[in-house]
Write a protein that binds this ligand. Sequence first.
Ligand SMILES: O=c1[nH]cnc2c1ncn2[C@@H]1O[C@H](CO)[C@@H](O)[C@H]1O
Length: 325
Amino acid sequence: MRRLAKVELHLHLEGAAPPAFIRGLAAEKHMDISGIFAAEGGYAWKDFPHFLKVYEAASSVLRTPADYRRLLLAVAEERAADGVLYGEIFLSPDFCGGGELAAWRDYLGAMAEAAREAEATLGITLRGVVTAVRHFGPEQARRAALCAAETAGDFICGFGIGGDETVLSPADFSWGFDCAREAGLGLTAHAGEWRGPEGIRDSLAAWAPSRLGHGVRAIEDLALVDLLAEREIHLELCPGSNLALGLYPDIRHHPVAELERRGVKLSISTDDPPFFRTSLAKEFAALHRAFDWEEPQFRRIALQALDAAFCDPDTRKRITAKLEG
Ligand SMILES: O=c1[nH]cnc2c1ncn2[C@@H]1O[C@H](CO)[C@@H](O)[C@H]1O
């Protein structure tokens, strides 16, 4: 499974940070965040609200553009080893300069340079999707969107929102999506993970994104599943994340195969791999075991992911040729 060429659309940068990397950075800065680690060395959290707190505590050791450069290189190395040819990474101005534009430009410069370096040395192509954090509130989301709009270009190709989906309603965050759309960015939104079908319908109405992060709970309303299929709204599915967070008891109860069967466009990602003890190789192996998915299916999914990617057409063409080659 590691050898299969993969396209990953849903990955949070800090959420992909290897625990050893974060522990090392904390030691360099004499910061004590030992409480976020389990005895075996991985991240320790108990439920979704606690996961968000641990995520933020881990991110607190990342304080400079140089830290983010190192982080991006470490993550690129792991994603390349997992078989990723093309990946989009969620980047948050909230963590990179607090939503302040000049600071964001510095962080972004460091990350874009690291991505170029990773492409040259590892052959992995990475793009950034600026992501607002819903539980930080509408004002911070507005600042994140402005950062996205002002730096839209080759590397930053999308805007989205993650975090606690139960906070306020989509309409409270519409300004950011309008701003990002005007700047020509692709749009994606976390929905249908912690709220049911009505949360997805509200998000589609308020933001008109072409992709949804997760979106799995659409399965609770088959008319909505048909609507997603008909409008070709792409679902960035992360089965291992959903299982780790307790949405479904095991992969056989996960709606991924049913959504596929009903014609919904989708792809497979790891979300926050070390937090959820997963990798794409593990995700694919689980799908193979549970649903008999084989190589042709995984190839089809990689091409579907690329179709939904926010990169420029030349990059898409180049990666498609690599995938088909
Ligand atoms: O699985 C997830 N579901 C919802 N939000 C998430 C998940 N993983 C990370 N984040 C959110 O994304 C922000 C950074 O991009 C994190 O601050 C966290 O709130």
